[in-house]
Each structure stands twice: as structure tokens, then as C-alpha cells.
Design a protein around this ligand. Structure first.
Ligand SMILES: C[S@@+](CC[C@H](N)C(=O)[O-])C[C@H]1O[C@@H](n2cnc3c(N)ncnc32)[C@H](O)[C@@H]1O
Length: 268
């Protein structure tokens, strides 16, 4: 496999919740800037034509990421709205309460932890994983794919980037990449939605958040599964007559690459 199992601070249970949320807030802003909502909504509307569902269970939701905008887009012109259930292994109660108390139509954030590797008992509907699949080591990643297929659940995994840089070059460029990302965070922070005083302090006075974001962002790149990793390792032995797997790149309306997806759909 090309993917390497580096650590991300986000994966440590001891990471203070406000730092974890600051990181996912920044990610949500980046996804907004890249207009990821449009490509993900288009993908989901296409899946709905093949396999109808009235609920999406998002795994590893962080601060909600792109999914809140996606569900609004999907329900915009629909008479049968789709519900969105956000979940995470480390749900941050202040984020959960903010989203739930905002009473956004058809959206709820689950207060209890949900491990993405253990979704077989989660509510029915399309399971989504937005930029969280690379957090799963190979055994866990395989378990997720197997669970979807075994339980005949549709599953959409989306990653906003691709692990296509030679790993040695990635290591060589790492110091400069970290500096670029730290500077990016300094410029992005004022535009973060629900910006807290703590996030400002730990960005500009004690710059822990920019450093954590920069490392996690860079580590994410080489933790992503390549097409070869997915097809020849994770999906090996999973192809069968009752379930379809597709792995493909995503392009926006201007034809610009915007990551890739893995889609599993039960055959009807
Ligand atoms: C990079 S963030 C992505 C957040 C959001 N989906 C987005 O696109 O902005 C990854 C999220 O996955 C969560 N996560 C990591 N391991 C997980 C697991 N085993 N089960 C569920 N969530 C997990 C983390 O807590 C974090 O919120």
C-alpha cells in the first residue's frame, strides 16, 4: 500500500475538544471556499436515483463539514426531504448543542459517540464519510466496507484530495508545506463560522491550532488510500453479485479535480 499510517492529533482522545473543533471548523471553511457542497450534493442526488433513501447518517462529522449545506441543497426542491444525522467518535457537546438548538430543518447531531467501524446498528439510510475515511487504518477501513456490503447499506466515502505525491518528495517538502499551512490558518481564522475567543487566542497568541491543523492536513494527504490501495487491498474479495462498488475522481463544473469517492450500492 502507498498509504502510510502516520498519526493525526485529531485521533488522540486527549486532544482538548476546543482544539478538535477549531480544526474541523477550519476544514468546514476550506470546504465552503472550494464549493465542495455542489460536487457532493450532485453525487448524492445521483445515488438517490439508483437507491432511494430518506435519511443520511454521516460518520465522522466533526463540526458538520459540508453536509449541512449539502442537505439544504438536496432538500431545496424536494417534496420528500431527506434527514441528516451527524455522528462522530468524539462528538463535541458544544458543537452538538449549537447545531441541535439551531433547529435546522431535518438535521440532528447525535450526542453519543459512534465509531464509524461499528455502524451496522445505526439508523437506516445512506451512510456517508466526508474526509474521515483516511483516519481508518486498513483493518478498520476494510471492516467499514464489509459492513456496508454485508448489511446491504449504501455507503458514500468522499476525500477532498488524493495521495498522488511520491512519499519521499512529501517528506522533503514537509517543512515548507507546514509553514504555508500555518500562514493559511492565520488568514482563514477571521472567516471561521462560530469563531470562539479560545480559537483566536490559540491561533494568534499561542499558535497551537495552526500547527495542529498544518500537521494533520499534511499527514492526511499521505494517509489517504490511493485507487490501487482501494481496489487491490481494501475491496479485494468484496466484489459480488448483490453489491456494486465504484471508485472514481470528482470534478467540479469547471472540470477541476476535487478529490475522489468510493461508492457502495446494493443492487436492486
Ligand atoms: C478530518 S475530520 C472531518 C470532519 C468532517 N466530516 C468534515 O469533512 O469537515 C475527521 C473526523 O473523523 C472523526 N473520526 C476519527 N476516527 C473516527 C472513527 N473511528 N469513527 C467516527 N469518527 C471518527 C474525527 O473525530 C473527526 O471529527
Amino acid at each position: 500500500m502507498k498509504r502510510i499510517q502516520l498519526f493525526e492529533f485529531e485521533d488522540f482522545h486527549w486532544l482538548p475538544p476546543f482544539i478538535r473543533s477549531s480544526i474541523t471548523n477550519l476544514l468546514a471553511l476550506l470546504l465552503k471556499m472550494l464549493k465542495t457542497k455542489d460536487v457532493v450534493a450532485t453525487l448524492i442526488l445521483d445515488i438517490k436515483k439508483q437507491y432511494d433513501f430518506n435519511q443520511i447518517v454521516d460518520l465522522g462529522s466533526g463540526s458538520g463539514g459540508v453536509m449541512i449545506d449539502v442537505i439544504e441543497e438536496i432538500n431545496k426542491n424536494s417534496n420528500t426531504p431527506v434527514n441528516l444525522l451527524l455522528t462522530d467518535l468524539y462528538p463535541n457537546l458544544s458543537v452538538v448543542n449549537r447545531i441541535n438548538s439551531a433547529n435546522i430543518k431535518n438535521i440532528h447531531y447525535r450526542e453519543e459517540s459512534l465509531n464509524a467501524t461499528d455502524f451496522k446498528n445505526a439508523s437506516e439510510g445512506l451512510k456517508t464519510m466526508m474526509n474521515s475515511f483516511h483516519h481508518m487504518p486498513p483493518k478498520a477501513a476494510q471492516k467499514i466496507l464489509q459492513t456496508a456490503q454485508k448489511n446491504k447499506q449504501p455507503l458514500l466515502i468522499y476525500e477532498m484530495g488524493e495521495n498522488n505525491i511520491p512519499t519521499l518528495l512529501w517528506w522533503l517538502l514537509l517543512p515548507i508545506s507546514i509553514v504555508i499551512m500555518v500562514v493559511m490558518v492565520l488568514f482563514m481564522t477571521p472567516f471561521v463560522k462560530n469563531l470562539t475567543f479560545k480559537q483566536i487566542i490559540f491561533t494568534y497568541l499561542i499558535p497551537i491550532i495552526p500547527l495542529v491543523y498544518a500537521w494533520d492536513g499534511q499527514a492526511s494527504l499521505v494517509r489517504m488510500y490511493t485507487f490501487n490501495d482501494i481496489q487491490n487491498h481494501l475491496l479485494k474479495g468484496l466484489q459480488n453479485d448483490s453489491y456494486d462498488w465504484t471508485v472514481n475522481r470528482v470534478e467540479n463544473v469547471k472540470g477541476k479535480k476535487q478529490g475522489y469517492y468510493i461508492l457502495g450500492v446494493p443492487k436492486r
